[in-house]
Design a binder for this molecule. Sequence first.
Ligand code: CO
Length: 431
Amino acid sequence: MNCEKINEELLEFLDKSPTCFHAIDYVKKKLEKQGYQQLLEGKTWNLEEGGKYYVTRNLSSIIAFQIPKKNFTGFMIGASHSDSPTFKIKDNPEIVSDGYVKLNVERYGGALFHTWFDRPLSVAGRIVYREGNKLISKLVNLDRDLLMIPSLAIHMNRKVNDESSLNAQTDMLPIIGSEECKGELMKEVSDGKEILGHDLFLYIRDKGSVWGAKQEYVSHGRLDDLQCGYGNMIGFLESTPKNSVPVFAIFDNEEVGSLTKQGANSTFLEDTLTRICFACGKDKEQEKTAVASSFMVSADNAHAVHPNHGEKADPVNRPQMNKGIVIKFNANQKYTTDAVAQGFFKDLCSSVNVPTQSFTNRSDMPGGSTLGNLSNSHVSLNTVDIGLAQLAMHSCYETAGTKDTEYLATAMQKFFSSSFIQEEEGTYLID
Ligand code: CO
């Protein structure tokens, strides 16, 4: 794997993924090019030995897998998320006032509001319409400089640099143009169709950048968590599984708690694993045995130590960009990593010369959460929480290390090719 090429492709992936729908669409096309066949949850699955498959839910989550053999020992699962903090356009979005048309939007996830001001924005998502007796979903992307959230001049807000508290309903509404353009947004989005429903989001128009004196850093929107999704995908596509089924999953809605039909806290993974077992001739007992000999990597970006705020990091565990994969720990199990998971994953990384580092929150700071423990409430198995170190998490333009995506891809290639078999109580055979 070539580091420069991986960063180029990562930026292309981010450019083409303004929303979770577009990210999943990009992944689908990439999988299809490599011979993966689409399965539908609403149709019967006939799986062949040696076959490669994928299934989506809501067009915003995806699970791909291959069947090296029907009497496989377990599942090697790599999961990440497709969504990022943004603003969702409400129903009846137009507000006309003082000669402007503004869009009524709602926050999606925990965006850093101030980063969204004074830069051209656009709109993408999906629309739903009827054709004959069919309800059809279509992805849309207006792909032009269309909106702006203007900041308030400093003359009208002298304290802005001292204290900042921004209100989602009053401060964050973008304008789309002058009064005369009323109705323009839906006209453009619908493309002549009568829209019955929509999930439309704002996104930034900035291009990605590789920068720094020695090209150390890569910046773009949505690195959390598409960087992990991308690294996992490359590892998955280059893996050579023998005894276990590699499962590459990207779930939507992590930024809003994962509790949706397509989120990590849904039945999507469980349903998929059960159906794989059934289609391979396993009974309920054999399915439980397979899950006990499985492992999950829950990959979601991690905080790098901040150059101007070192005091926010733990005194000892201080991840840096370009220093390898971050293993996340939390005594209260917001992160799933335990001694077995840490041992297995660290050993796996060092076997392919990928460095690892540790993250914990300061003991007096609660920190965030992710998808691993929620997924475990449906399919419970040994899991490690990891991520790639980044700055400015939940800014609309985030920064990560140029070496780290390759580290993740290399480790995940090894992971998806491996097996993790329960041999005795507390003892696992690594293959
Ligand atoms: Co995340």
